[in-house]
Write a protein that binds this ligand. Structure first.
Ligand code: HEC
Ligand code: HEC
Ligand code: HEC
Ligand code: HEC
Length: 479
């Protein structure tokens, strides 16, 4: 299914050549910056505005995130993600799924998204606001399962009141901010989210012994990771006990999470299959990609040094490293021009996205084949068997699609996962086909109906209405 196998191998060869140059270029240590290490701020400081006076240069850099706002851009359009309304049928994501914006908008965005409803819980706030440790201190373990709209959002608004700054808009003073990554008194990097500490502890990693270089990625791993809500407590939990690869997390979800009572994130509207939804595993994919393995941290690329007022500081604007290739990449890859490096990234991403669209398309077909099995009165045991395979096929592309680098952080790991996806979806379609043939179902008509339904979804111009068209008279809703 995935045609770019040949080009993956070529990239592999290029890497080996690249390392020789990298090793020579990477020996110089970054220059330390002279900043106050005894801030005089109280230990429980969490509003970002409280840091402005003491750290004017970092603050100036941080304000750059406000330029990363823009309009909400939906990903559910034909050119970006044409198949998602079908693939996420009966899940709130199929109604609204937007491109990420800057860290300063995280709180504003979670307070505004239509995906939050009466059933949403405190856990949804966990990667959106510097107020979370304060909320945890106040609510204790009830924080995770507390009502988002009824308790957590109103209390957050109270806690952050009075700390506003014009430059940061209504909620920027409590979006992702200084206190999430820094001890407010010493400015040492620190971890504030217990989900990461607990996940690492279960792997025998003691954060207190983490090196400075590890911390430059761990701070990001508080949020840029896959997670699920632990049964009953609804606590944000990272599925890492079997390892960090897509297949390790799959094993965890199937064996550990299911055993503990976590069956599914939702029931699919087309196939009725019990589905899993993946979330932004940037840290996991990075960890077994070329850079993660070589110890190149998130901050190396996403927070390179920048010069402000004649001083060299760590950039505090989080966005695309391709906007800063000189500082983000050429510090190590000095043998390649900025244009060549950018083209290599774009090449990796293009191959990645075209493979992604193919495996997603196959997943869509698998869901509709199962729907036809249901309406044709197929053997329930065979339907369940096909449903398990469609669940697996979808997991292995979704965990990769949810990763925001479009394959760059780990091109090989992503291709491997997409191969597992197409294997599982093909197996589901094979099982369904055999059963439908046995039942005398017209397969040509089925193919026609699948194509017609897809086309109607593609043609609907309003991204918010597409999900209404994914089931119809021929393919009745199964959620
Ligand atoms: C998402 C995590 C994150 C957030 C949010 C964050 N920082 Fe940092 N900060 C870092 C990292 C990573 C470094 C590099 C530390 C190192 O290499 O030891 C850093 C370095 C620093 C330093 C040390 C000097 C330097 O330039 O390297 C200061 C001071 C600092 N940040 C201040 C701030 C302030 C003030 C805010 C809020 C306006 C903030 N940081 C928000 C992650 C963060
Ligand atoms: C406390 C949680 C949290 C931490 C810690 C965190 N992030 Fe984020 N990050 C987010 C959220 C949430 C968004 C999406 C914001 C939105 O769209 O509203 C985001 C968005 C981003 C983006 C996309 C920005 C854009 O404009 O497209 C990048 C890049 C990013 N983060 C990198 C990092 C890096 C690198 C680190 C570590 C140094 C880090 N983040 C630490 C929560 C976090
Ligand atoms: C070797 C450099 C490098 C390292 C290391 C790295 N990234 Fe990236 N990251 C990139 C590039 C390149 C992109 C793609 C940017 C683009 O498409 O414009 C990207 C994209 C992203 C995005 C999506 C940005 C957006 O605007 O949508 C996020 C979020 C992100 N990285 C987070 C992380 C985190 C977290 C880590 C560490 C676990 C990390 N990255 C490690 C280079 C790096
Ligand atoms: C701190 C050093 C460092 C930085 C910064 C860095 N790289 Fe690398 N990069 C490496 C090393 C080391 C390898 C080789 C790893 C290996 O093959 O074991 C590598 C490998 C690569 C590869 C081939 C591996 C693959 O994933 O296909 C590409 C492409 C690449 N880097 C691009 C970039 C880009 C683009 C940036 C900036 C966004 C960047 N690098 C930033 C050190 C770095």
């Amino acid at each position: 299914m995935i045609r770019s196998r040949g080009s993956v191998i070529t990239t592999g060869l290029l890497v080996v050549v690249g390392v020789l140059f990298v090793a020579a270029a990477c020996t110089s240590e970054p220059i330390a910056v002279d900043v106050p290490r005894d801030t005089g701020l109280p230990a429980d400081t969490f509003l970002t505005s409280a840091f402005a006076e003491e750290f004017p240069i970092h603050f100036e850099s941080y304000l750059g995130n406000m330029e990363r706002g823009g309009e909400y851009a939906s990903k559910l359009t034909v050119d970006v993600e044409p198949n998602l309304p079908m693939l996420w049928s009966n899940l709130a994501f199929s109604v609204s799924y937007n491109m990420p914006r800057g860290h300063t908008f995280a709180l504003a965005d979670v307070l505004a998204t239509p995906r939050i409803g009466d059933a949403s819980i405190g856990s949804c706030m966990t990667c959106k606001s510097t107020a979370v440790p304060a909320l945890l201190a106040e609510f204790g373990d009830d924080y995770w399962s507390a009502s988002f709209l009824g308790e957590i959002a109103p209390r957050t608004r109270e806690l952050i009141e009075g700390g506003e700054m014009d430059e940061l808009g209504e909620y920027g003073h409590a979006g992702v901010g200084c206190a999430d990554c820094h001890d407010p008194q010493t400015m040492e990097l620190r971890i504030t989210r217990p989900s990461l500490t607990n996940a690492l502890e279960r792997q025998g990693v003691d954060l207190l012994e983490a090196s400075r270089n590890d911390m430059r990625s761990y701070v990001c791993a508080q949020c840029h990771v896959e997670y699920y809500f632990y049964p009953e407590t609804r606590k944000v939990t990272f599925p890492w006990d079997r390892g960090l690869r897509a297949e390790d997390m799959w094993e965890y979800k199937e064996e550990v999470a299911r055993e503990r009572g976590f069956e599914a994130d939702w029931i699919h509207g087309i196939s009725g299959a019990p589905m899993l939804k993946a979330q932004h595993p940037e840290y996991e994919l990075w960890s077994y990609g070329a850079h993660g393995t070589a110890g190149v941290s998130c901050a190396d690329c996403h927070m390179p040094y920048q010069r402000i007022d004649g001083r060299k500081v760590t950039t505090h604007v989080w966005g695309s490293p391709l906007e800063t290739v000189e500082q983000s990449c050429r510090t190590c890859h000095a043998d390649q021009s900025a244009t060549d490096l950018t083209e290599r990234v774009r090449g990796i991403q293009e191959r990645h996205l075209s493979a992604m669209h193919e495996v997603q398309d196959l997943s869509v077909d698998a869901h509709y084949y199962i729907n036809r099995m249901i309406t044709a009165g197929a053997d329930p045991a065979v339907i369940d068997e096909a449903r398990e395979l469609v669940r697996k096929g979808q997991w292995f592309w979704d965990i990769i699609a949810a990763e925001n680098s479009d394959g760059f952080h780990n091109p090989h790991g992503a291709m491997d996962a997409m191969r597992m996806s197409s294997d599982a979806s093909n197996a589901a379609i094979r099982i369904a086909t055999a059963e439908l043939v046995r039942l005398g179902v017209d397969l040509d008509e089925l193919r026609d109906q699948i194509d017609r339904t897809k086309q109607e979804v593609y043609d609907e111009p309003d991204p918010l209405r597409k999900h209404e068209l994914v089931t119809n008279d021929f393919f009745p809703f199964q959620g």
